[in-house]
Ligand binder design. Structure first.
Ligand code: 0X9
Ligand code: ZN
Length: 294
């Protein structure tokens, strides 16, 4: 069975999503954005309980960086909370949004980090010079390659790809997102800087709603802090708090769609390790952070 005391490979995660959707088939739905370079599906779960009003979309992106295993794990943990929690606040959270939740948007990379190289970060596309993968958080078509990205396909970390949206995974996800109407929020999960980041990632310029983003983010962190007393840095722009890096999903979503609430959570851990026995702890914290955000 599936639990939250171990990490699982892509197939098991998709199996879990499938079970959840089958058990609650009138208000959840498996959604497939498309396929990865190696032909894996990019699968998400839509949770949209029947309510009288049209609900705003809340999108969750996890696992864009392969080695950041805690992000798919906490995302399925959060799904399980939405589906099973007896807490009326969590039930209200579930009912307040049309959720589109994608735990592993880079399934090839994630699988590779599981089976070959624990520190793998990128996709697994093959470059003409024989090196593998591009950084899917440097590949989106907004200010592509301006800052913090490598032009060298053999760069282990931040190769931006041969062109914007060269990677089928980012292209596929962007197309899926573009098909959503009424997207209020976009949340990306990373590890392990323990921060809450706002757009923009490559400019210290602030969005027009920066003050709102900051205030909402502070509430989110306050909710999270109550669980484990873990202090996250921020909220602040990724450019100011971390480093300037262009071509990330967060900036593209903000720019291309004007989505009001765009956040990147950098979860906890060290060198991308987080003990499986403590997935619950991170999962409860994230659940509260999203409740605070909502
Ligand atoms: O560099 C990144 O993509 C993220 N940090 S990580 O250590 N998980 O790789 C930061 C994401 C913030 N957004 C951008 N910098 N675009
Ligand atoms: Zn990351």
């Amino acid at each position: 069975g599936f639990s939250w005391t171990a990490y699982y490979d892509v197939d098991s995660i998709y199996g879990y999503l499938q079970n959840v959707s089958q058990q609650n088939s009138n208000w959840t739905q498996l959604v497939v954005a498309g396929k990865s370079y190696e032909g894996r599906q990019i699968v998400g779960l839509r949770i949209n309980t029947p309510t009288a009003v049209d609900k705003p979309v809340m999108f969750i992106e996890s696992g864009i960086h392969a080695r950041e295993w805690i992000t798919p794990a906490t995302t399925t943990y959060f799904i399980n909370e939405l589906m099973t929690s007896q807490d009326p606040e969590i039930a209200a959270l579930r009912d307040s949004f049309d959720w589109h939740i994608f735990p592993t948007v880079n399934p090839d990379g994630y699988h590779y980090s599981f089976t070959r190289d624990r520190m793998w970060r990128k996709t697994r596309s093959r470059s003409s010079n024989g090196c593998y993968g591009a950084d899917p958080n440097r590949n989106w078509d907004y200010n592509w390659m301006d800052y913090g990205a490598s032009k060298n396909p053999c760069n282990y970390q931040t190769y931006g790809g041969h062109s914007p949206f060269s990677e089928v995974e980012t292209r596929t996800l962007a197309a899926y997102i573009s098909g959503l109407e009424n997207m209020l929020g976009y949340v990306a999960f990373h590890a392990d800087a323990q921060m809450l980041l706002l757009p923009y990632s490559d400019s210290t310029e602030h969005t027009a709603n920066y003050d709102d983003l900051k205030q909402i983010g502070e509430t989110s962190l306050k909710y999270g802090y109550a669980v484990n007393k873990a202090k996250y840095e921020g909220p602040g722009t990724a450019a100011e708090l971390l480093y300037k890096a262009s071509g990330g999903s967060m900036d593209w979503v903000r720019h291309a769609h004007g989505t009001p609430l765009v956040y990147t959570y950098e979860l906890r851990g060290r060198y991308f390790h987080w003990p499986p026995s403590r997935i619950h702890e991170q999962g409860d914290e994230v659940t509260q952070m999203l409740l605070g955000l909502a």
